[in-house]
Design a protein around this ligand. Structure first.
Ligand code: NAI
Length: 357
């Protein structure tokens, strides 16, 4: 029999048991499984959302993250007009993650797949931080659950959507020239950010790029004839557009006054440190494109793949993110509310319940 270390969380509480439509805890000591599935809202369809596999200090922290991310998926899908609800799961990791392809890892995800299968398709998992395509295949093949196992990377599609969002905001403020001649700073030039920078450059923007991996930033700057800036200085670099494509919560109440850019549009989830930042940005004259609207290109591509769309259909659906952003900015201006509030209004109408930030 295999011996597996079972995570021993310091707390067994779920802080907000009623935060989601369903919050399911999963445990099997034989394979070291401790997981939480949060199904936030299934009004628009089955809850789709990735499986995050990382260490958590407590059950409470794991459950809170699953519920928070599931709620964000509800918004993302509602705004992208996709037939999915919002869900997310977290598998709690203790120590080093079992190697890809190992018996231990396969047993873990097979068992988790069996538990996902019990939701009878109400929760559909996909890849997220710490999980791999092969883990989804194990969930599907060995666990018997429906899982999204598309072998196409979502990142270029996410980047296309972020670029469409950024360009729409630029057109809204600067007219038809859009990004041409504007200075764009991209923070984090990984698989999404680098492509966002290339697309903005192709539109005639001047680029400054930042990454904790400085060699990566320098290489991209050379390719685009742009410049680099230190990763943590990127939000405060003199620019027209700031595109956060790395980590969460880069815009805080304390720092937003130091952001010179008039437009913020990026891929990073949870860009705002807290909901009140949206109003503070509006008061400061900065147009913030909600992250959950801008970064939906990847989920649109997943849906296109599942639905048998042609590449043209998928790309056209992603480009509609730009039209959506224009609509939100117009609504925001007409009603004197933030683009985030305008987006929440739309989500509330789609879901038939009021969603507040
Ligand atoms: P990635 O891991 O390929 O790239 C992230 C880049 O950011 C790396 O080059 C890393 O060195 C850099 N980085 C990390 N910390 C940084 C910091 N403090 N300052 C500057 N650079 C830093 O990730 P990916 O896939 O490009 O995703 C970027 C962001 O977009 C993430 O927040 C992710 O959650 C979000 N996102 C990605 C989607 C996708 O389809 N890949 C979909 C929706 C959201």
């Amino acid at each position: 029999m295999t011996t597996v270390t079972t995570p021993t969380p310091t707390s067994e509480l779920i802080a907000e048991p009623w935060a989601s439509e369903q919050t399911i805890t999963c445990r099997d000591d034989r394979v070291g499984l401790r997981a939480v599935i949060a199904i936030d809202d299934t009004t628009l369809g089955p809850g789709f959302g990735g499986v995050r596999y990382r260490a958590y200090p407590s059950t409470e922290a794991a459950a809170r993250e699953a519920q928070r991310l599931a709620a964000a998926m509800t918004l993302k899908h509602a705004l992208a007009e996709l037939p999915y609800g919002g869900a997310k799961s977290v598998v709690m990791l203790e120590g080093a993650a079992p190697a890809p392809g190992s018996t231990e890892r396969r047993a873990l995800f097979a068992r988790f797949g069996e538990m996902i299968a019990r939701t009878a398709g109400t929760y559909v998992p996909g890849v997220d931080m710490g999980t791999l395509l092969e883990d989804m295949q194990t969930i599907r093949d060995d666990g018997g659950a429906r899982a999204f196992c598309d072998e196409v990377s979502p990142s270029p599609f996410t980047a296309r959507g972020v670029h469409a969002a950024m360009r729409a905001a630029a057109v809204h403020h600067h007219g038809a020239a859009g990004l041409s001649g504007l200075h764009v700073v991209v923070q984090g030039v990984g698989s999404v950010g680098a492509e966002v920078a290339r697309l903005a450059h192709a539109d005639g923007a001047r680029l400054t790029v930042a990454d904790v991996d400085t060699a990566r930033a320098e290489e991209l700057a050379r390719e685009l004839g742009g410049a680099t800036v230190a990763a943590d200085a990127a939000p405060f670099h003199d620019a027209d557009v700031f595109s956060p494509c790395a980590v969460a919560r880069v815009v805080t109440r304390d720092t937003l006054e130091r952001i010179p850019a008039r437009i913020i549009a990026g891929a990073a989830n949870d860009t705002l440190d807290e909901p009140g930042c949206a109003e503070a940005l509006r008061a400061a004259g900065i147009t913030y494109v909600p992250d959950f609207v801008a970064n939906a290109g990847g989920v649109v591509q997943v849906h296109g793949g599942v639905s048998g769309w042609s590449e043209q259909e998928t790309l056209a659906a992603i480009d509609r993110i730009g039209e959506r952003v224009t609509g939100l900015l117009e609504t925001g201006e007409a009603q004197g509310i933030t683009p985030v509030a305008a987006a929440l209004q739309r989500a509330s109408a789609a879901l038939g319940r009021e969603i507040v930030a």
